[in-house]
Design a protein. Sequence first.
Length: 177
Amino acid sequence: MASAKSGKKPAAARSKKSAKSRKNAGSKGALALLRADHKKVSALFDAYENARSTKRKLELSKEICSELKVHATIEEEIFYPALRRVKGVDDMLDEANVEHAGAKHLIAEIERSSPGDDYYDARITVLSEYIRHHVKEEQDEIFPKAKKSKINLQALGEQLAQRKMELNSLLLGLIPR
């Protein structure tokens, strides 16, 4: 009863919940991880649209490009190959890969230039439109098929998270290449 008065849960309940929280903190399901990436990049595009200074635009464009390169890589290396086993997604995944190629082309152009250059803002705008279109198709068409499949999305999420950490470390120069 003392625990009820103090507002604390019994030790057994606390340890069970903390173990569950630790597990979830380190391993989102694949779809949750990818949705979080989508949401983050969308917010970065929104921030870019509202940015006024060249310095802020450069910071945001670098972060956008970095996030998209990592995200595309984990999808292409892990998520899409896992989904190839699901009936009826091959055409969608082919289209997604083509969209990735178009985005990578724009990212390369953005990375070779800087705010203030001709077409810089236009490239960011077109990249934003590409990505928003891609995200909508992925979340509306591919994710539901993945959810209905027999793929272990939790284990797949752990693989995605691990590879994402590796790629981010490489981009930050923390691991020798």
